[in-house]
Write a protein that binds this ligand. Structure first.
Ligand SMILES: Cc1cc2nc3c(=O)[nH]c(=O)nc-3n(C[C@H](O)[C@H](O)[C@H](O)COP(=O)(O)OP(=O)(O)OC[C@H]3O[C@@H](n4cnc5c(N)ncnc54)[C@H](O)[C@@H]3O)c2cc1C
Length: 111
């Protein structure tokens, strides 16, 4: 479903759609809106924003738009194997901050 930037249903600010159901756009300052991918981190970020925006609405404050932060992608490809993509700037800084490439791994990936 196409949603507003905050990401409410058009014409129904009291209803928020998040996760895979939302055809949401990311609204980073100074950039054109970008489609948000249908992945778990995006769903979690939308959930946090939905809760925060609900609290803002209860306080009578304006809601905030979704700004998706790409911290990288990881997919398991077997019982003991996974592939990880840490090529985005957010992913690189998150990896550097923790000193870990991904959960359970003590190596920091460089590419
Ligand atoms: C095969 C596959 C592999 C994937 N791999 C990755 C990956 O490696 N990394 C990644 O980040 N993302 C991955 N994804 C995407 C990720 O799973 C989704 O983006 C994420 O789960 C979306 O979260 P959601 O909360 O929107 O939906 P869901 O996680 O699908 O949650 C929806 C929930 O609602 C429940 N539900 C449905 N209908 C009703 C109803 N009528 N009443 C009550 N409950 C209901 C469902 O049972 C489900 O628990 C993958 C998806 C698939 C299908």
């Amino acid at each position: 479903m196409q949603v507003e930037p905050d990401p409410a249903v058009p014409g129904h600010p009291e209803i928020t759609v998040i996760g895979d159901l939302a055809a949401a756009m990311s609204h980073a300052p100074g950039q054109e809106p970008q489609p948000v991918p249908g992945v778990s981190p995006a769903a979690k970020q939308m959930g946090r924003l939905a809760a925060a925006n609900l609290q803002r609405r209860l306080r009578g404050e304006p809601t905030q738009p979704l700004r998706y932060r790409d911290y990288g992608n990881l997919a398991t490809i077997g019982r003991n194997s996974a592939v990880v993509d840490l090529t985005s700037p957010s992913a690189r800084s998150a990896s550097a901050a923790t000193g870990r490439g991904c959960s359970g791994c003590s190596r920091t990936c460089t590419s």
